[in-house]
Each structure stands twice: as C-alpha cells, then as structure tokens.
Design a protein around this ligand. Structure first.
Ligand code: ADP
Ligand code: MG
Length: 731
C-alpha cells in the first residue's frame, strides 16, 4: 500500500519533469509575457497599454507596413536617396560627443569588395559598445550625401552571420507606443517563433484548402517575416477572412437563436390601428407605411422580431415605434423604449404621450431623475410596482430601465433608440433582456427593434448587422422644405450669416452654433474656445439676444452637480433652449443628435471640416423640423480644395444615405464605427466593404453551422469565436 503510493508519487514526478521543463522553455499562445525573461517589467507595462498580455497578443500585433531592404548592393553602386542593404566589414570606429557637446556620435566605415562608405549614428551609445573593428555586419538604411561624401545615417545593423531580423529583408514596421520600438517587436517575435511549437488553428483545414489560404502558423510567419510582399498579402488575406468569418458566424448564430426562440405573437385589429393612425396630425410617408408593414408582419410571428430600423434624420422613426407599441398595448403587453440620454428619453416620452393621448394607454417615464406615471411624478418604488403589475403599457426610459430590480409584467417589445450609444455593460444587459430564453428555457423573448439615426450604407449592413432584419426609412415627410446649405469661407459671408440670424430671430426663430468635438485630452481647450466664443457673440455680435452655452464638462443633471452652488446643467440648458428661453445655443458637439427643437431654423457649424459628412448631416437635421425655411452654414477653419469638395456634397444633397455612401468612400468604414468604439480589428475594418470576402465568409459560416450549429465539434473555433466576441460588440 505504502509502496504503491510511493511509486505513484514517483511516477507522477517523472511525468511532471518534462512538463515543467517544457513550461519553462517552450511557449504556447497563452504564455503570459511576464514569463518571458527577455521582457522586462517596465516593458510589460508599456505592452499592456497596447493590450498585449500574452504570446498570442504579441503575434497578433501586426506590422502596418514594411521597409523593403531585400536588395543587397555593392557599395560602389550607391547613389543618394536609395534605401538598401549593405554587407561588409567595419573599420575605423570613432565615438564621442560632438563639439557642441549636444550629441553622442558614433562613426564608422563599412567596406565591401567594391568600396567603402561612412556610417553615422546619433545618440545611440549601444552602437559604439556593440561595433568592433573587423566585425562582419549587414546594414539597412537610406543613403545620403553630406560634405564628405556618401553616408548612411542611423542605419539598422546586425552581424551578417545572424538571421535577417532588422536588416536585409522586408523589415516590418509596427504600430508603436512610447518606448516600444519596431526593433523590440522584431526581436521578441523572432524569439517567440523559435519557442512556439503549437499553432492551434481555429479555422478547419478544408476551408483553408478550399479558399487557398495559408495555415495559421504560416500566416503568422508570413505577416512578421514575409519573404516577399506576396507572402504578407497572403497572410493579410487569411486574417481578413478570419475576422469576417467570425463576424458572420456570430451573426448567424444570433440569428438562428432568435429564429428558434419563442416570442409572443401580437395580433391587431386593422380598424383599431387605422383609427389610431387617423389621430396623427399628418399622413404617413410611403417609407413609413412600408416599414410599418415589415414590423407588423414580424410582430405577428411566433418568433421574436429582431430588426434594425435604419432611418434618415427627421424621417419619422418615433411614430413607427409608436405603432408597434400600440399593437403591443392592444394585446395587453408592455413596450420598453430606451433612449441613451435623459433629454432624449423625456422627448420621446412627451411625443408618445401626445400620440397616445386619445387611446388612453398608460405611459410612464423611468430615468435616473424622473419617474412619471399617468402624468404624475411618482417615487421609484411606486413606479417599479406599477411596471411589474403591468399598469403602464409603454415605459420610456434610459439605461435606468436596465437595472436589475426593474421587472416587467409581460414585456413584449423592446425599442432602442441609438443603441450604439449605450455602454458595453448596458448592451449586455439589453441582450440578457431580449435573449432571455436562449438557454433553451421556454420563456418568451420580447420583440426587438433597434433604431439608428445614422444612415448606414447598405454595403456595410451585412458586415455589421448580419444578424438583424433591416428596414430603411429613406424618405422624408413631404411637407419638409429643403434645408439650404452653404459653405462660408470669407469674413463677409460670416457677417451675412450673422445678419440672417438676426432677421430670423426677429421673426421668432432660433439658431444653433456648433463647435467641433475634440479628443478627450483637449476637452478643456474645446470648452475654453466655446466659452470665449459665447462671450464674443454675446458682447460683440448679438448684444441684444439671449445666448445659451452647452459643453461637455457641464454636469448632465442637477443630481450630478457637485459643490454648493447650483451649476447650470446640460439638461436645463437644453430644456431652456427648447422652451425658447434662449435665441441662440452655442454648443460643442455634445449637443444631442436626436434633439427636436422645431422652432430652430439656422445651424452654423464651425470648423466643419473636422466632422465627417454623416455627422454634419446629423447636425443639419437639428433644423428644418417644422414648416420654416431652414439654413445650415458650414464654416471651415482651413481652406483647401479637398475640404471644400467634401463639404460640397452636403450642399448638393440632403439624402442621408447618399451622404453616408460618400462618407464611406472618402473616409472608410471607420467613419461609421470608430475602431475603438466597436473593438473592430484594423484588418476587419479595411474589409467591411469587401463584398466578395463578406459573401464567401458568410457562405462558409452558413455551411459549418448547418452541420454543427453550436460548434461543438469545432472546439478551437468555438473558443476563438468566444475570444473574438469579448473584443468586439455587435449590435
Ligand atoms: P427621427 O426619425 O429623426 O427620429 P422623428 O420621429 O423625431 O424623426 O420625427 C421628426 C418630426 O417629423 C416629428 O416632429 C414628427 O412628428 C414629424 N413626422 C413624423 N412623420 C411625419 C409625416 N409622415 N409627415 C409629417 N411629419 C412627420
Ligand atoms: Mg429620433
């Protein structure tokens, strides 16, 4: 007994030895970089800033370009400005400070069979320590000419007996951060490739064969160590496929889940709906009618709707959502309508209250600061109780509605306005709400309608919203006057614009003046500019008018204002502007895209060139929302042909979809989905409009899911897909 235990322990020990050795000497994709002795602690911190934590992350840190140093040239053939590689012997090393003592200079000469050339390094002490006379080295760099003749300044070099890492090849250049050079990445990656045995490939071999794509191992090697450009391109093709394949797998899985989920079929009485529609102060546009039909057809089904309503600004999405909510209420079920901010939630609440006035459907407002039921302010517990008892049929709210203690009686429809503006965790909670029964339980999954006011080019929708059914509201109500749009570049045009503002305001209208959004780090500067401009306008330009100011550093609402003195809040300023307490609103780009101030008829956008076209179109949509003739003036800060040409597109068209397509062509998909916001990898971004790739990836995803819907037989793929999901957020 004792003996057998000893033997067992002993044999375990024997087995354990090679494993521990392996663990020390060999890497896997998951090896933390902290376990790699050649990476110092300080460096780890810098890598973390690039979100590089393990070997896999490092391998997926792709070069964004290559320097072509493949050509090795005899020294006597060189001419200035050539980029090339030389191989030869080091002679005449000199090192020291320059006479002004400003720089540490290392100078040497390189000699090959054909001749010799000077090499100079500035402020690189290690060069002087590394180079030894007679050493055979390979150098890559650019040839230039100074007073003493041809010279190579700061060339990369390594011993010629070594494998080519920094010289003599297509040398990769990596996205860098302070303190992490391309040289570091090249060096580390060389080491990693030597110690990495397994390259578990998530994509099944037969797919790779069918599409003539390299294995993961090859692709990773080709992208970091391409022999020629052909290899790096092949690698990028493979990674582009991977990303799109994952996107499509995820989308199709979500779609399938929705299709098998149980929803509550919502039926309706044609006559009642017609009567409801008759109460609107306008007739529906053809686009609204078409979309309404698409939505109502979905609601009737036993599986839940999962639809994106993609509509131009002012195309009338709210009323479409209201019709769906009406049908739900007719069935005795509840609708939750979520808006990204309090202002928007209250605006929706007001318009829905108006729309439903005659139907007597209970409507509630539930935000962090406001709880309203049946037109009265109520406490949070009261409203929670009412919602769980099914009393209000339509509940408008912000993310406050996503809190865990909010329980509905029978939630049949979720409408989300501007879903992309919700935070990641809120979106996760939304998914929880809408995907409740995805684990196979029999719970009812509510119908889901997502609305976006950024017209998304149709070419992008399959890549991004492959899981959703799409509806397009691409027509504006007929009574709209075309907004007159002008690019103003001169001072006299500016004066004319101010004059127009004065005369419009004299007629009772209001105006927006928008300043560009700048990066977070410059927020203070932005505010200073807005505050200064507010002052200038108040004192010099419009001394007789009331001018409000709105910027990103103001507290959102009273509750969030700290300190004794009650500060003006964004909410309040916005509300005051709506109620015409100001004639002009000077705002940084924080001004709500969905805000509805029908009385505003002029919008000026300063430094317009800093916005994308789709965004400018959004701003323009703040005016022209009623019967008044409206104007949009774009004031570019810089003057350039290209800027004007881009902005002119806005002068020419008011169709949001056409503008979106143009923006896509000019700025690429990043114009619609910031990389950081979506978590989209660069390679995927570059390929979001590559229809051929998207189609192929979707077909392959369909094929594999038709045989293995949960990817149980493809564990590596399943795992990779999970990791991918953590990185990117699909709608
Ligand atoms: P958005 O699509 O930008 O959210 P809204 O739903 O806020 O647009 O509608 C913009 C304005 O147009 C609202 O004042 C709304 O009452 C009005 N509206 C909606 N549909 C029509 C229509 N068919 N005819 C005229 N006005 C309409
Ligand atoms: Mg809206």
């Amino acid at each position: 007994m004792v003996l057998s235990v000893i033997i067992t322990i002993w044999s375990l020990y024997l087995i354990a030895i090679p494993f521990t050795l392996n663990a020390v000497h060999m890497f896997s994709f998951d090896t933390p970089l902290a376990n790699i002795p050649s990476i110092k602690k300080l460096t780890l911190g810098k890598l973390e800033r690039l979100e590089i934590f393990c070997v896999r992350d490092m391998l997926y840190h792709f070069p964004h370009r290559y320097e072509d140093y493949t050509e090795i040239r005899p020294i006597d053939s060189l001419a200035p400005d050539e980029k090339c590689t030389l191989v030869g012997k080091v002679i005449n090393i000199k090192a020291g400070r320059t006479w002004k003592k400003k720089m540490f200079l290392t100078e040497a000469a390189l000699r090959d069979a054909s001749g010799q050339i000077r090499l100079i390094w500035f402020n690189q002490r290690f060069v002087a320590q590394t180079l030894k006379p007679e050493m055979q080295i390979r150098v890559s760099g650019k040839v230039s000419r100074d007073r003493e003749g041809l010279v190579m300044q700061n060339p990369a070099f390594e011993r010629s007996g070594r494998d080519a890492t920094h010289t003599g090849r297509l040398v990769p250049v990596y996205p860098e951060t302070a303190g992490l050079t391309s040289k570091f990445f090249r060096w580390q990656l060389t080491g990693i490739f030597q110690k990495l045995k397994e390259f578990p490939d998530p994509v099944p071999e037969e797919i790779l064969e069918r599409l003539h794509l390299p294995s993961l191992k090859k692709a990773l090697f080709y992208i970091h160590f391409p022999k020629t450009e052909k290899f790096s391109l092949l690698a990028r093709k493979r990674f582009a496929f991977d990303e799109m394949f994952f996107i499509q797998l995820k989308a199709l899985q979500m779609k399938a889940l929705f299709e098998t989920a149980k929803g509550s079929p919502l039926t309706y009485d044609e006559a009642a709906l017609k009567k409801f529609i008759k109460t609107f102060p306008f007739t529906l546009t053809d686009a609204q009618k078409k979309v309404q039909e698409e939505i109502l057809a979905d609601l009737k089904k036993t599986r839940p709707m999962n639809r994106l309503l993609n509509g131009d600004v002012g195309s009338g999405k709210t009323i479409v959502a209201a019709m769906a909510a009406f049908v739900a209420a007719e069935n005795g079920s509840q609708t939750a309508l979520l808006a990204p901010t309090e202002v928007l939630a209250r605006q929706h609440f007001k318009s829905l209250s108006k729309i439903f006035k005659e139907t007597h459907q209970g409507i509630a407002l539930f935000t962090g600061n406001y709880r309203i039921l049946d037109g009265k302010i109520v406490t949070r517990p009261t409203l929670l109780k009412a919602i769980s008892a099914g009393i209000p049929k339509i509940i408008v709210g912000t993310h406050a509605l996503l809190q865990n203690d909010v329980a509905f009686d029978n939630l049949a429809l979720i409408v989300v306005d501007e879903q992309h503006r919700f935070g990641v965790s809120q979106r996760a909670r939304l998914q929880e709400l809408s995907y409740k029964s995805l684990d196979g339980s029999k719970e009812i999954v509510p119908h889901f309608l997502s609305m976006t006011a950024t017209p998304i080019p149709r070419t992008l929708t399959l890549a991004f919203f492959g899981n959703l059914d799409l509806s397009f509201l691409d027509e504006l109500p007929k009574d709209r006057k075309l907004i007159i749009t002008r690019i103003a570049t001169s001072n006299s045009e500016r004066e004319k614009t101010y004059a127009l503002i004065r005369s419009e305001i004299a007629k009772g209208r209001q105006a927006f003046i928008i300043f560009p959004l700048v990066e977070e780090s410059l927020a203070l500067k932005e505010i200073k500019a807005a505050v200064a401009e507010h002052k200038r306008l108040e004192e010099e330009v419009f001394p007789n008018l009331k001018i409000g100011l709105l910027h990103g550093k103001m507290p959102a609402r009273t509750g969030s204002a700290r300190g004794g003195k009650a500060k003006e809040t964004k909410e309040q300023v916005m509300e005051d502007f709506k109620n015409h307490k100001y004639d002009i609103l000077v705002a940084t780009a924080v001004v709500e895209v969905g805000i509805d101030v029908p009385n505003a008829s002029i919008i000026i956008i300063e430094e317009a060139e800093r916005f994308g076209l789709a965004q400018l179109h959004q701003f323009r949509g703040r005016v022209g929302r009623a019967e008044h003739q409206s104007y949009c003036f774009l004031f570019p800060h810089q003057e350039a042909q290209s800027i004007n040409e881009r902005l002119k597109i806005l002068e020419k068209t008011t169709n949001g979809f056409a503008i979106a397509e143009a923006d896509l062509g000019i700025r690429g998909p990043g114009a619609f989905f910031g990389t950081r916001q979506s978590g989209m990898p660069d390679i995927a971004m570059e390929n979001l409009t590559n229809m051929k790739l998207i189609t192929i990836a979707r077909e392959e995803a369909k094929l594999i899911l038709s045989e293995d819907p949960l990817l149980t037989n493809h564990p590596l793929l399943k795992e990779a897909l999970q990791k991918f999901e953590e990185r990117i957020h699909l709608e």
